[in-house]
Design a protein. Structure first.
Length: 263
């Protein structure tokens, strides 16, 4: 972990301990290998600038201009120009941001603003801080598995993340992982994990931008159903075979995606 803000040594130490403890559980639950985990504690201005640079790089270097219509190019420019402003405006409802650092061969990083954690009371709640760390590990495992080509969804050419099934899949998979792993890290009874996690989600979402709460619940249910039906190995093919990613309709109706895998 790299702490780049003042007076955050205690928070950084607590996060590091949780990440270290949770990492082997996350790898076992997801079947994905974790990269060298990096979590950066930043002020909101620096976090917004870092995220803006990430999105601009993806549009400039990873989106084929010849494959875009003029309207799509205009949309990409508008989205890139508004990214930094959006992060600054939504700091109170954004717990963390996952990016892929192009300077480090697209290895994932998680950007966290300590002020946001304090706003959502995560700095004083070890249980909810653990849930955040486990979800951060799961998202970094996703980025590593797909070579940063699918996740994080907010960096793709979809101006509204609510329209991006890859983004919802990543969020749901991270929450499902936290359901499995957080009680083990905290030494809490696994049989109570669902109600425990519902309480965590209710408390940690300061806002419900774009129906985020409902989509996260829906996507988590999709992951649980899909994994039970096809197993971890088949499920994880989605990170490298992008045609296997669910559509928005399939996220609502997992049986359709399961049927597509077995046809």
């Amino acid at each position: 972990m790299i702490s780049e803000t003042d007076h955050c040594d205690d928070l950084a130490d607590r996060m590091t301990g949780l990440l270290h403890t949770a990492a082997p559980y996350v790898e076992k639950a997801t079947g994905l290998a974790l990269p060298q985990v990096t979590v950066r504690l930043l002020d909101i201005v620096t976090a917004a600038q870092q995220y803006d640079a990430f999105v601009r790089h993806r549009f400039a270097h990873e989106t084929p201009p010849a494959g875009l219509t003029a309207r799509q190019r205009d949309g990409a420019n508008v989205f890139a120009e508004g990214t930094e402003w959006t992060v600054r405006m939504q700091w109170a409802t954004t717990t963390s941001l996952t990016i892929a650092d192009s300077a480090r061969a697209n290895r994932p990083e998680t950007l966290i603003v300590p002020t946001t954690l304090a706003w959502q009371k995560l700095t004083s709640d070890h249980t909810r801080l653990c849930a955040l760390m486990v979800e951060s590990l799961a998202k970094q495992a996703q980025v590593a598995a797909c070579g940063a080509s699918v996740i994080p969804g907010k960096g793709r050419l979809v101006a509204l993340r609510e329209q991006d099934p890859a983004f919802h899949l990543g969020e749901g998979h991270a929450q499902w992982t936290s359901l499995q792993v957080s009680p083990l890290v905290l030494g809490q009874p696994v049989q109570h994990r669902r109600q425990w996690h519902v309480d965590v989600i209710r408390a940690s979402l300061a806002g419900d931008v774009g129906g985020a709460r409902a989509w996260k619940r829906r996507s988590t249910s999709f992951v649980e159903t899909a994994l039970a039906a096809v197993g971890t190995e088949v499920f994880n093919r989605m990170w490298v075979q992008h045609e296997l990613l669910p559509t928005l309709a399939e996220l609502r109706h997992p049986a359709r995606w399961i049927r597509r895998q077995t046809c």
